[in-house]
Design a protein around this ligand. Structure first.
Ligand code: PPS
Length: 288
């Protein structure tokens, strides 16, 4: 897969075929209900992890409720709002409408900023995002296979990937955080203390679970356990979309894998760009 798959919408890169720019441009006009929840991520920052946690919280930790839906994947139950056909389905879907999105702030309905609906923003340290995204480009048939790690490194810094610039994504969402019902959480916090993260998410969503139910949510959303659940690990996603023989969607699930990939020069260059881009944003990340 070596075609050029990106298509811009108002300066933001989408994936040709997966997204229809005209349709994505209409997402802005959707009516939001108070019960709507959007999980917002830059790609490779913990989207499918959050899908699993939200589904388990809805089911109060009862995994059998999820496995009964055996032919439905987590992505069918908590779909990407921007994928073709999904905006239309959202309009008439029953509450609660749980959705994930990789879109920048300006494409979502402005009523979110009048505190309608809820937003969970998951951020991951961008060095690990870059590495995870590099491997995903090898597996995902709708994305261009990277020429080399070096080449992808530069593309990522230039924002020439689906999702455009990581910096723009996190900055624009973060800048509007106080206007929305928004929970800002990082991938690294979830790695460090998953139980605490799940409790924060439950509290934010107003879900009351017993300690046992909470334990079940945590147990079934660890990396090793999610990997065993085909609906959660994307193992059942069509071979037309993912070349499963080239790698797993749930690849490594750790903090600091960038250290195994970045050269010293690349790391210095990344740090310079990060400092420059984030100078007005008091966000600190756990890097290893
Ligand atoms: S996507 O394509 O944007 O939807 O990808 P996304 O789900 O956001 O990110 C994929 C990375 O998240 C890791 N992952 C997890 N890490 C830890 N614990 C759990 N439970 C978990 N579930 C998914 C997944 O392995 C990808 O990261 P890497 O570093 O490539 O392993």
């Amino acid at each position: 897969h070596d075609h050029h798959p990106l298509v811009p919408l108002k300066g933001f890169y989408l994936i040709n075929g997966t997204h229809d720019p005209e349709d994505v441009d209409q997402i802005h006009n959707l009516e939001i209900r108070d019960s709507d929840v959007f999980v917002v991520t830059y790609p490779k920052s913990g989207t499918i992890w959050m899908q699993q946690i939200l589904l388990l919280l809805e089911a109060k930790g009862d995994v059998t409720a999820i496995s009964k839906l055996c032919n439905l994947s987590n992505a069918d139950l908590i779909p990407w709002i921007e994928v073709k056909g999904n905006r239309e389905a959202f309009i008439s879907a029953p509450s609660p409408r749980l959705r994930v999105t990789h879109l920048q702030y300006r494409f979502l309905p402005p009523t979110l900023s009048q505190k309608k609906g809820k937003v969970i923003y998951v951020a991951r340290n961008p060095k690990d995002v870059l590495v995870s995204y590099f491997y995903f480009h090898k597996v995902a048939n709708m994305l261009e296979t990277p020429k080399s790690f070096d080449d992808f490194f530069e593309k990522f810094l230039r924002g020439e990937v689906f999702g455009s610039s990581w910096f723009e994504h996190v900055k624009t969402w973060y800048a509007h955080r106080d206007e929305m019902n928004l929970l800002f959480i990082t991938y690294e916090e979830m790695i460090q203390d998953l139980r605490l993260a799940v409790r924060r998410i439950a509290l934010f969503l107003g879900k009351e679970l017993t300690d046992e139910q909470l334990d079940s949510v945590v147990t079934h959303s660890t990396f090793s356990n999610m990997r065993k659940i085909p609906q959660a690990s994307y193992e059942q996603v069509s071979g037309a979309l993912l070349s499963h023989h080239l790698g797993k969607f749930m690849r490594k699930g750790t903090v600091g894998d960038w250290k195994n990939h970045f050269t010293v020069a690349q790391n210095e260059r990344f740090d310079r760009v990060f400092l420059q881009e984030m100078k007005d944003f008091p966000l600190s990340f756990i890097w290893d």
